[in-house]
Design a protein around this ligand. Structure first.
Ligand SMILES: NC(=O)c1ccc[n+]([C@@H]2O[C@H](COP(=O)([O-])OP(=O)(O)OC[C@H]3O[C@@H](n4cnc5c(N)ncnc54)[C@H](OP(=O)(O)O)[C@@H]3O)[C@@H](O)[C@H]2O)c1
Length: 189
């Protein structure tokens, strides 16, 4: 079982524009990265509230809850938020607040032996790393830069924490997969 931060990003490390648009991502023509197998195999999802609200909005899932399973599957989704958020009828969405490490046992229990898909954003991914609960980072880099935006990862991660597992060309995209290694030898800054 692994916690995998699987996402797409701009070449200069943004997940979205400052106002959470992903238009720059969906307009790229040609062969597209295919993460369907990964999505199907993940046993649980974890995301921050901005990501969740984007997912709800893009498919109008509050008014059309029957579409939740088609786009997100039947796996439990853990959403970090300090607010009350709408949940599509019938969807297994659990709102969590506070320290990521404190909620890990519940998330791991829900996933069983399966992988956990950390969907982002970068602040939550960094919280999981700090809690010792990020095992892999799989980034598909788009041939796009943005002047500003929501960061892929908040905080420093240095070379001693990342081991390149694979690098692959997918059309005009570059897919990079890193294993996250435990902090060693006092190298954490
Ligand atoms: N390029 C891609 O493939 C891709 C993938 C994923 C996401 N995205 C996009 O990237 C953007 C990410 O947005 P974002 O950086 O704002 O990140 P986010 O993680 O989606 O949302 C951040 C929000 O989550 C809540 N939160 C985070 N940690 C928490 C904690 N420990 N306890 C309670 N609440 C917590 C807070 O909001 P509240 O407390 O106010 O609710 C915080 O403002 C979105 O636009 C998303 O759609 C893109």
């Amino acid at each position: 079982m692994a916690v995998i931060y699987e996402t797409a990003a701009t070449l200069n490390g943004f997940l979205a524009t400052e106002d959470d648009s992903l238009d720059w991502l969906f307009e790229i023509p040609g062969e597209q990265p295919d993460i369907k197998d990964f999505m199907d195999s993940a046993a649980a999802m974890v995301m921050g509230s901005t990501t969740y609200e984007w997912v709800l909005e893009v498919e109008d899932l509050v008014d059309h809850p029957e579409k939740w399973a088609a786009s997100m599957g039947r796996k439990p989704a853990f959403v970090f938020s300090t607010r009350e958020l709408p949940v599509p009828a019938g969807a297994d969405v659990r709102i969590l607040d506070g320290d990521a490490g404190r909620h890990l046992p519940e998330i791991r229990a829900a996933a069983g032996d399966g992988d956990i898909w950390m969907m982002g954003g970068g602040g939550l991914a960094a919280q999981f790393l700090a809690a010792g609960a990020l095992d892999r980072i799989a980034i598909t880099l788009a041939p796009v830069t943005l002047a500003r935006g929501k960061p892929l990862f908040s905080g420093d991660v240095f070379w001693d924490r990342l081991r390149l597992r694979s690098a692959e060309k997918v059309g005009q995209w570059a897919r990079l997969v890193y294993d996250v290694t435990p902090a060693e030898h006092g190298m954490d800054r």
